[in-house]
Design a protein around this ligand. Structure first.
Ligand SMILES: NC(=O)c1ccc[n+]([C@@H]2O[C@H](COP(=O)([O-])OP(=O)(O)OC[C@H]3O[C@@H](n4cnc5c(N)ncnc54)[C@H](OP(=O)(O)O)[C@@H]3O)[C@@H](O)[C@H]2O)c1
Length: 419
């Protein structure tokens, strides 16, 4: 084989980025791969909308035309939704093609099946672009797994939500104003539900779980919350206290299972995600030998995503078959006690015994340690209460600066690390 023949399924932001990167990096790709990389075909829904500079590239809206290309080595999928991407990739595998996808929703649902299928047909499957765009998160985790055990992953993986929260804090604007600005800048879709309600981040969390822990948690047991209900007055209040609201995916594997949540949380200045602002993404990985690694960078966009896909293309040569390390089935860990900040004016109110009060900020908030189920029970009966989980250490200096009138947290009582 002297050339590598590629088909692009989808020619939107991502597909065009890959196409242009391949054109502009021919010499470099040839030096690395020892072969020319040629785009042989492009699949879209509406051929009239598109024009390709190269007449030798087939532009079609019929997937069978792609499958029937005389030479085809790699199929790159960058279309939207579970289908038809999944079916197209299975057919590509059956034809003997390696596959690469950027489609996190499809991959969260069908990733394992696709990987097994690819392995059965002795082809490779790349999916770096499904999580955090240009950040090499998957590759880093795979490398770490050679000798490390991944213990915990926290990440900001949705640039739209992160941009909105940063703008609400920096410019003291309401959610709707920040969302509108994100839409005007092209960071948010006309229908932003996937981003602002946490679905996009949820899919990415499932892909990360699969690669890091060899399995996904049961979806219905994962807390998924978005950012649309966050008020900018809360954000300002937390800012005064030195805390920031971040939309964070969190994955942890203990001896008895995977704990996963996708939700807005509070982070303090010592937390690795504290200063990740705007459309930036970051993935913070705790592993048993190396300790903490935090990767930060552009989580989406034409060229950052193309970079991840072209990196996959190069890696495919080296590693074929399943990327996933399978582990034995494990049971879920119990709902652990973690830190929460309950916002309420009635700060001297009686709380159920299941909530351990750490401190009270008069007429503003009560800091507690509690299980999520007990917090949810409390919120169900009190519509005026709001609760945010706090990550990292709520340090003593911070609590003392708040001039709390009921500090029960003494220096002898350690706040559990990393909750
Ligand atoms: N945008 C990013 O920064 C980014 C980053 C990481 C991952 N992703 C993922 O990459 C995928 C593509 O995103 P995008 O932003 O490039 O989307 P996009 O700009 O909307 O482009 C989607 C492309 O897919 C084509 N398409 C849609 N449905 C199709 C179908 N049934 N058959 C054939 N072609 C179809 C469209 O054809 P027409 O042009 O004819 O409409 C269009 O060319 C998504 O799964 C997304 O989650 C995106």
């Amino acid at each position: 084989m002297t050339d590598i023949h590629i088909a692009l399924l989808g020619f939107g932001t991502v597909g065009k980025g890959v196409y242009e990167t391949i054109q502009t990096h021919q010499t470099r790709l040839k030096a690395i791969l020892g072969k020319n990389v040629k785009v042989a075909g492009v699949l879209v829904t509406d051929v009239e909308k598109h024009q390709l500079q190269d007449d030798g590239v087939l532009l079609t809206s019929n997937f069978e035309d792609i499958l029937n290309l005389p030479k085809l080595d790699i199929v790159i999928e960058a279309i939207i939704g579970k289908e038809p991407g999944f079916s197209y990739l299975k057919k590509s595998i059956e034809r003997g093609c390696h596959i690469i996808t950027a489609n996190k929703e499809m991959f969260a649902y069908h990733g394992n099946e696709l990987l097994e299928y690819a392995s059965r047909f002795n082809v490779a499957c790349g999916f770096e672009a499904t999580v955090a765009g240009g950040i090499p998160a998957i590759q880093t985790i795979r490398t770490l797994l050679n000798v490390n055990k991944i213990e915990r992953i926290e990440g900001i993986v949705n640039g739209t939500s992160n941009y909105i929260l940063s703008k609400m804090r920096d410019e003291e604007v309401a959610f709707q104003t920040a969302l509108q600005a994100a839409q005007e800048l092209g960071y948010a879709e006309a229908d932003p539900t996937n981003d602002i309600e946490g679905y996009d981040a949820f899919y990415k969390a499932m892909v990360l779980s699969q690669i890091a822990f060899g399995e996904q948690p049961e979806w219905q047991r994962v807390t998924r919350k978005g950012i649309s209900a966050i008020s900018h007055s809360h954000i300002q209040l937390f800012s005064e206290w030195g805390l920031r609201v971040k939309h964070v995916i969190s994955l942890e594997k203990g001896p008895r299972g995977i704990r996963c949540s996708v939700k807005p949380v509070l982070v303090g200045p010592s937390h690795p995600l504290y200063s990740v602002d705007g459309v930036q993404n970051a993935i913070s990985i705790d592993a048993d030998i190396v300790g903490n690694i935090t990767l930060q960078g552009p989580g989406a966009g034409k060229f950052p995503t193309a970079s991840a896909i072209v990196e996959d293309l190069i890696q495919l040569n080296a590693s074929q078959g399943s990327y996933f390390k399978q582990e034995e089935n494990v049971r879920f860990k119990k709902d652990p006690q973690v830190q929460w900040v309950i916002l309420t004016k009635q700060t001297n109110q009686f709380l159920p015994e299941s909530l351990e009060v750490i401190s009270r900020v008069p007429e503003k908030a009560i800091f507690v340690k509690a299980k999520e189920k007990d917090i949810n029970r409390l919120l169900e009966g009190n519509a005026e209460l709001k609760a945010y989980q706090a990550y990292g250490q709520l340090n003593h200096e911070l609590l003392e600066n708040l001039q709390l009138n009921d500090i029960r947290l003494t220096r002898k009582v350690a706040v559990p690390k990393g909750i």
